[in-house]
Design a protein around this ligand. Structure first.
Ligand code: AMP
Ligand code: MN
Length: 282
């Protein structure tokens, strides 16, 4: 889930409160390329008696495709992920400049300043900030059209040259004591075969898990994806990818998971002890 530390609408403490209100026992805060929201979320989680898994969602590349990798960090941020996140911060700032240049050419004047105004804080910008600026300027009618025409996969504002290769990023996560998870594997427009090759690269780099369910999903699709996980001894994760209230998936609202051979991620040795850890803290 995302907070105002990246492109989410709720402050970390408000997101935690919403999750507690919705009856969740555990939640993961996984802002894009930063763990800046984790301290605030951890304080709120102790008060609300909900288990917080600190994390982030890292932007990477594989064969020129932008792939997101969720990092679940039970011990918080440590080296080499600390340095990795600093790299991502610089990459995101540089990338925002390139996106702005391209959108200026497409007719969005003062693109960087307008995206900054949409962000409403000094955090590094993301594509949603530019999407809102495009809507505000009347170049597109809504957020979805902004992605369809300008910012989505393969469009001129989909800039990813700055992101590191996936295996490097997986190395940061695993070496810092975390669990690396391929985020929403069905959203990259990959064929089943190519997705398998992505998972092979990911496993070879030390990656441990994949989001088996992200938001609402057809159970047949889920079973088929589960086979690709099972064949590679990958753990199964699930996530709402929550960004704002009123969107497609509220915290904890996900399709029920059909019975599959892939073990749930909380059985991973690096996460198993979370239960004790966080309940003792409250
Ligand atoms: P960024 O981290 O700057 O690459 O932006 C990624 C975010 O953009 C995602 O978390 C989504 O919220 C949003 N996004 C990406 N692709 C789309 C799309 N096709 N339609 C709507 N939102 C999208
Ligand atoms: Mn993502």
């Amino acid at each position: 889930m995302h907070s105002t530390a990246s492109d989410g609408a709720l402050a970390p403490a408000d997101l935690v409160a919403l999750c507690a209100e919705r009856g969740l026992d555990y939640m993961a805060l996984t802002d894009h390329d930063t763990m800046d929201g984790v301290a605030e979320a951890a304080d709120a989680a102790r008060q609300a008696q909900i288990g917080l898994v600190p994390g982030c969602e890292l932007s990477t590349r594989w064969r020129g495709v932008g792939i997101h990798v969720v990092a679940l960090m039970p011990d918080g941020v440590r080296s080499p992920l600390t340095e990795g996140l600093e790299h991502q911060r610089r990459a995101r700032i540089e990338r925002a400049g390139v996106i702005a240049e391209r959108l200026e050419k497409a007719g969005l004047h003062e693109a960087l300043a307008k995206a900054r105004a949409q962000a409403g804080s000094d955090r590094p910008l993301g594509r949603p900030d530019f999407a809102r600026a495009l809507v505000d300027d009347g170049l597109v009618k809504d957020f979805a059209e902004a992605f369809k025409r300008y910012l989505g996969s393969g469009k001129k504002g989909d800039v990813k040259a700055q992101w590191p290769e996936i295996d490097e990023v997986v190395g940061w996560i695993v070496d810092a004591g975390g669990v690396a998870v391929v985020a929403h594997p069905l959203r990259y427009g990959l064929t089943r075969r190519k997705r398998g090759q992505l998972l092979d690269t990911f496993v070879a780099a030390g990656g441990q898990a994949v989001e088996l369910v992200s938001g609402q999903q057809n159970p047949d699709t889920t079973r088929d994806l589960a086979r690709q996980l099972f064949e590679r001894d990958l753990y199964a994760s699930m996530g709402s990818d929550f960004h704002f209230p009123g969107g497609h998936a509220a915290p904890g609202s996900m399709s029920l998971v059909p019975r599959t051979g892939a073990p749930p991620i909380w059985q991973h040795p690096r996460l198993r002890r979370l239960q004790g850890l966080y309940s003792q803290e409250t």
